[in-house]
Write a protein that binds this ligand. Structure first.
Ligand SMILES: [Zn+2]
Length: 499
């Protein structure tokens, strides 16, 4: 989509004339004009005037720079390419056709628009003809096609398959494009070739806390810590470690085993536990946690209060290990995926709890994901206040593209720019990452252009922020050169990956 030129503050002032402009600048300026003080009052310096052509040229320069700049994608749930090529044999591939692009997250907008559950299920089922899928989608398409979730899919359909407008006439073309693209090597083509990403950071959702990826330097991995403290998940974590867990100390050893084994390959530790409770983890000493842990081990029922106490203790056990391994800790904050389930009042507490975490572990770097949408103003305050708080726009551009642009403008004039990460597609299927990256580039270029037009930044300052926020911050924060070198030598790396 091409950017359109909005009315700038300068245009507004010109249109209003001198008196109107003074009023538009705020009540204090208007009051000053009425009371006519004896000496000329100090006048605010307006942004340096630009003519329409220079404003358009600045915009062009920013859009070109952002377009040409690679992203480091700091959050995905992509399954392995080899699994994708197995089609619906994989549990995260409900159908192996163009509708897969709708399965994560656009299905939720369709559901909340009112599409009957049976129709949505059929739309996402295998073995249904493309024309039939369009008939199911068509009644709901006008209601959802403008949301960020849908815009990302529409851009992907256009950039990957040449389908500009999905309809009865083009749905077959979408399906043919899907089949033509989905062949060995397509992750590289989609992610680096089309989306212009350097690498992705994947949080594997299919059971393993750390995925030994067949594309180790393209699909870099987080170490999932959520099962270390929620549950905890004995089977998933203790069995690979070969530790027979009889005590809390044994479980601590299990946690350490995962960091010893994968800490040097993982880019970060990751938890999405905010889907179950607020991130208000207190530091609970082991003596208090031990009796609860023993009861969990004996499969006794425990109270919600005791469960919380154990989670609190183990959260810090995992986070302190991450700190020792030099891994930033990525925490889900804000909006929930899915539909008809989110308790907004719980999310509202995330930013306050985030600042508590920062104070409780000044040695650990926290990455607060998804700009804590819709509480993004609050999470900017956290990043401004705490040296160890970073904020990631991952997923945010498709939840609300305009709020994300607003967040970016505000963050850059409020908090240090080296604590900001600007893109993560957050997808299971690879194709819509292309659309999400395009929306993010558009939002970043618009935000920077508006900051220049409004006089907050010079064009050179805005241009100078592009590399840091699109990839340099991520490269430094997650120590990517070091990780890449380690991954090339990893036991599971193929000869091709070692390259
Ligand atoms: Zn995610």
């Amino acid at each position: 989509m091409k950017p359109s030129l909005p009315v700038t503050r300068r245009d507004l002032l010109k249109g209003l004339g001198a008196t109107g402009a003074l009023a538009a600048l705020g009540p204090s300026s208007a009051a000053a004009a009425d009371s006519a003080p004896p000496a000329a009052p100090p006048r605010p310096t307006p942004p340096r005037p630009r003519n329409a052509r220079s404003a358009a040229a600045a915009r062009r320069a920013l859009f070109d720079k952002v377009q040409a700049t690679t992203f480091i994608d700091t959050h995905e749930h992509l399954i392995e390419e080899t699994d994708r090529l197995q089609g619906t044999a994989h549990p995260r591939v409900p159908c192996d056709d163009f509708a897969l692009l709708f399965s994560h997250y656009l299905d939720s907008d369709l559901a909340t628009a009112g599409m009957p559950a049976a129709d949505l299920k059929r739309f996402l089922s295998p073995g249904i003809e493309p024309a039939e899928k369009w008939r199911l989608l068509e009644p709901w398409w006008p209601a959802v096609k403008h949301t960020g979730y849908a815009q990302a899919v529409r851009i992907a359909l256009e950039q990957l398959y040449g389908v500009v407008d999905l309809s009865a006439a083009t749905v077959r073309q979408a399906q043919e494009g899907y089949e033509r693209l989905r062949r060995p090597g397509f992750y590289e083509r989609v992610l680096r070739g089309v989306a212009n990403l350097e690498s992705c950071q994947v949080n594997c959702l299919t059971g393993e806390p750390f995925k030994e990826s067949g594309l180790p330097t393209l699909l870099m991995q987080d170490l999932s810590i959520v099962g270390m403290f929620a549950g905890p998940n004995f089977k998933t974590y203790a069995e690979p470690a070969g530790i027979n867990v009889q005590s809390l100390a044994d479980w601590h050893r299990v946690i350490t085993w995962w960091f010893d084994r994968y800490g040097r390959y993982a880019v970060a530790a990751k938890s999405q536990h905010a889907y179950s409770r607020d991130i208000d983890y207190a530091r609970v000493p082991p003596e208090q946690a031990e009796p609860v842990f023993r009861r969990v081990l004996a499969r006794e029922r425990i109270s919600a209060e005791d469960r919380r106490l154990l989670e609190d203790h183990l959260f810090w056990q995992a986070v302190d290990e991450a700190g020792k391994a030099g891994l930033p800790v990525k925490l889900h904050t804000g909006y929930y995926a899915g539909h008809n389930s989110m308790p907004l009042h719980r999310l509202a507490r995330n930013p306050g709890s985030a600042t508590d975490l920062c104070r409780l572990a000044p040695q650990v770097t926290f990455v607060f994901m998804h700009i804590c949408y819709p509480y993004y103003e609050d999470i900017i305050a956290a990043a401004k206040q705490h040296a160890n708080a970073c904020v990631d726009l991952c997923w945010a551009w498709i939840i609300n593209p305009i709020a994300s642009k607003d967040f970016l403008k505000k963050f850059l004039v409020t908090a240090p720019a080296n604590k900001l990460l600007t893109f993560g597609g957050d997808y299971i299927p690879v194709e819509p990452v292309v659309g999400h990256a395009a929306l993010a580039r558009r939002g970043i270029a618009l935000a920077l252009a508006e900051l220049v037009e409004e006089g907050w930044l010079s064009l050179n300052e805005a241009l100078g922020l592009v590399d840091p926020i699109m990839h340099e911050n991520a490269r430094r924060l997650f120590k990517l050169p070091e990780k890449e070198a380690a991954l090339k030598q990893a036991p599971w790396a193929t000869a091709a990956a070692r390259g």
